[in-house]
Design a protein around this ligand. Sequence first.
Ligand SMILES: C[S@@+](CC[C@H](N)C(=O)[O-])C[C@H]1O[C@@H](n2cnc3c(N)ncnc32)[C@H](O)[C@@H]1O
Length: 252
Amino acid sequence: MSYARYFGRLLRDSGYSVAKGLAMPLVRREAVRSGAHAMSYPISTYAPWQADPEFQEIYREVRKNTLVDIWRCYELWSLVGELRQVAGAIVEVGVWRGGSGALMASRAAQLGLAEPVYLCDTWEGVVKTGAVDTYYHDGKHDDASREIVAALVARLGLTNVELVQGIFPDQTADRITDGALRICHVDVDVYESAKGVFDWAWPRLARGGVAVFDDYGFPACPGVTQFVDEQRGRGDRLVLHNLNGHGIVVKR
Ligand SMILES: C[S@@+](CC[C@H](N)C(=O)[O-])C[C@H]1O[C@@H](n2cnc3c(N)ncnc32)[C@H](O)[C@@H]1O
């Protein structure tokens, strides 16, 4: 790939997208000026997602249904495989049009994992924005629906998915009766929702299971970054910062 294409893609994938809105360049510049952020370009070139035909086949099917870039999608895909020995359900809160959730469910189905994959969303957009969430407002990402996700799930032939509509955990957590969780993917953009989901999931997470926070370190999501950083320094959890924008909390 030429450098021009590489940097073109980097710019596109790192946020100059319609989904994140026209204000993003300003938000990013402000974040970098604050001294707490910098534009980080990994110099590692290893790209296993390019040489993984099973991943590529599913990614092609879901890519138009996701705001999550290929690097984070591949990490979710890999984690489902890495954690195949950890028994428990997979929960995603923050589904939008279903891409990242369907990707995890496809991998779980390929591996023959017995437990369901719960895809939970209001399908009316983000909720619980507060003072720390300077970029987001309630209702953002309301351009999705349960029907769009159901159609994707059907197209992929998935039978391990349950769609759960409403504010999580307040209105819908009682729909998840499984005793243990393997993975909780938290993609809700703002502090209070991230906290609500994690506080519900943590006691249910199996040992060795993970909570994966999307948008960790994204300049538009300071609430998510703050919440993940609050998990550091505790003996029962390991907090990992991935430069792709995932904050991963592993239960020891
Ligand atoms: C960035 S989008 C999720 C992107 C998705 N994972 C993908 O593959 O593109 C965030 C979603 O979180 C949902 N959401 C935010 N807070 C929520 C909550 N507390 N309960 C349920 N859904 C929530 C919004 O409705 C929105 O669809």
